[in-house]
Design a protein around this ligand. Sequence first.
Ligand code: AMP
Ligand code: ZN
Length: 114
Amino acid sequence: MDGCLFCMIASGEIPSRKVYEDEDTYAFEDINPQAKHHVLVISKKHIPDVAHCEDLSDGQLAACLRTCAKVAEQVGIRENGYRVVTNCGQDACQSVSHLHFHVLGGQQMSGKMV
Ligand code: AMP
Ligand code: ZN
């Protein structure tokens, strides 16, 4: 979508530190990491958030979670565990309106979710 930061990252128009890419997804390091490892996994097709997931095919949606697991394996956080988070809307403090999953790990995290 025109003017969308994450669409421009997925297309290479805006540089990013790529971790993984396939037909449906793109993964890159978060510019402001909130854990030792913090990777963002985005759908290549633009949808604003998970509330619009009916606009992705089952395959495109499943690919996002598969890529989260692949990224965790690739950066070496699979064994000790990691967290996958997606923010949706204002109360969740979503700041970029393009579906993305935060993959966070590499350290012990808080037991609190909010
Ligand atoms: P959210 O607040 O859930 O919408 O997450 C958006 C994330 O995008 C934040 O963690 C930001 O640090 C990250 N971010 C914003 N701009 C960039 C960028 N140019 N490259 C990488 N990560 C970014
Ligand atoms: Zn987009």
